[in-house]
Design a binder for this molecule. Sequence first.
Ligand SMILES: [Zn+2]
Length: 276
Amino acid sequence: MSTPSTVTDVVAFIESRYPTRIAAEWDTNGLTCGDPSQPVETVLFAVDPVMTVVDEAIAMDADMIITHHPLLLRGVHSVAATDHKGKVVHELIRRGIALMNVHTSADHGMRGVSDALAAALGIHDLRPLVPLAGDSGLGTGRVGELTRPIPLRRLGEQVAAALPPTHHGVRVAGDLDRVVRTVAVCGGSGDAYLADAARLADAYVTADLRHHRAQDHLMDGGCGLIDVSHWASEWPWLAAAAEALRADATQRGSTVEVHVSTIPTDPWSLHLGSTR
Ligand SMILES: [Zn+2]
């Protein structure tokens, strides 16, 4: 007979896959809120620790939420329920729901956020786009190969079809007929790695690309760019992490029911195409 997992067990399962030591120094990963000894039967995975996700967890009677983004990243002097984050903390405690986040530890780790994004797009033979010092298997972003070369325009269409629908949609920059074989991806904000993508790939799929950086990259002959929704770029990892947690718990004679949030938590709620 299997034994129930506790918050401590779930944190340990997750950190065995995505250890905090590989996270960025400035980042926050781990348990934000919750009683370590509390039993956990149901876990909801989501990108953002926002109230709509807390409501989703309450509706499914989840005991724990695991998000990619941290709720409290910078110094906090109050969790009064006078702003959104404080209200989330209060609601979590009121409902007895634990909150953990796995941010850059999942960006850098094996089977991480960019691995899941690349897998969803059919990119294989993956290696880190920006390797972590001292460990070539870990790092930010991934670069890999398409099964067969296709034009940039076609890759953009495939990306749009593969990721969950959002109002942000998919934008493509560069020569649409350029043949793409090698693709770099970075789940979340990836414009800090444009130079790495330009050096290694024919196209770069990421989120939050800004005007000047994208323009300078293209003017300097950089690879094609595919700009997607931040939420959609990180969402494919949720299912991979949820399945890993379920498998790890089962292997240790424990049980956890896992669910993946389907609520898009991008801030955008309408997209109006403005081309004529
Ligand atoms: Zn992100």
